[in-house]
Ligand binder design. Sequence first.
Ligand SMILES: *[C@@H]1O[C@H](CO)[C@@H](O)[C@H](O)[C@H]1NC(C)=O
Ligand SMILES: *[C@@H]1O[C@H](CO)[C@@H](O)[C@H](O)[C@H]1NC(C)=O
Ligand SMILES: *[C@@H]1O[C@H](CO)[C@@H](O)[C@H](O)[C@H]1NC(C)=O
Ligand SMILES: *[C@@H]1O[C@H](CO)[C@@H](O)[C@H](O)[C@H]1NC(C)=O
Length: 162
Amino acid sequence: MLLMMMMSAMMCHMVKSKEHFVGGSEFGWVPLPANNLTNWSLNEHFHLNDWLYFGYDRRYFNVLEVNKTSYENCIDAGFLKNVSGGAGRDVFQLTKEKTYYFLSGGGYCRRGLKVAIDVNDYVAPAPAPTPHKSGASALDAYNIYHSLVVLILILMCSNFLG
Ligand SMILES: *[C@@H]1O[C@H](CO)[C@@H](O)[C@H](O)[C@H]1NC(C)=O
Ligand SMILES: *[C@@H]1O[C@H](CO)[C@@H](O)[C@H](O)[C@H]1NC(C)=O
Ligand SMILES: *[C@@H]1O[C@H](CO)[C@@H](O)[C@H](O)[C@H]1NC(C)=O
Ligand SMILES: *[C@@H]1O[C@H](CO)[C@@H](O)[C@H](O)[C@H]1NC(C)=O
């Protein structure tokens, strides 16, 4: 049963390795007021191994991964990773369950060109078998347990797809 759950969960993940256009469109990496990236990020769900796509005008913007402090204070020196490839079309894979921070140099961070990406792959723990009332057979208990597992899997998958 546990094995079945784990395999199904893994299948959900495989189906789901999704690409997110940062900012919600192909050229979404733009500062305020054109785009509110904070709001975009709050309305997206990011899962392990998903991809981010940054599309932007390379003459003005770039993409740097920074730590939380630098993100909050818009510091582009001492970045963690230069995501910019030079073409204004960059991809980045979310391989860790953590919060990633990105910003643009050139002073655009202060104009809102930054985003925090919270990768959260929380998987509900297996439910404890329901204690069976007197009168219910072990088979009934098993069937209830089985239905619960299936229900949880459906919920998990729809959450992944949402
Ligand atoms: C935030 O994003 C949601 C969904 O993308 C959108 O409907 C809403 O208008 C946005 N709000 C602001 C303040 O940008
Ligand atoms: C951007 O969206 C966030 C979250 O919805 C909101 O709190 C913030 O006020 C918005 N910023 C601007 C400048 O509209
Ligand atoms: C974040 O990065 C900045 C710039 O490299 C560095 O000065 C600072 O110590 C770092 N902070 C943490 C908590 O790692
Ligand atoms: C990041 O890398 C690109 C491509 O190599 C380069 O053009 C750009 O100058 C780099 N940006 C920074 C801030 O180092």
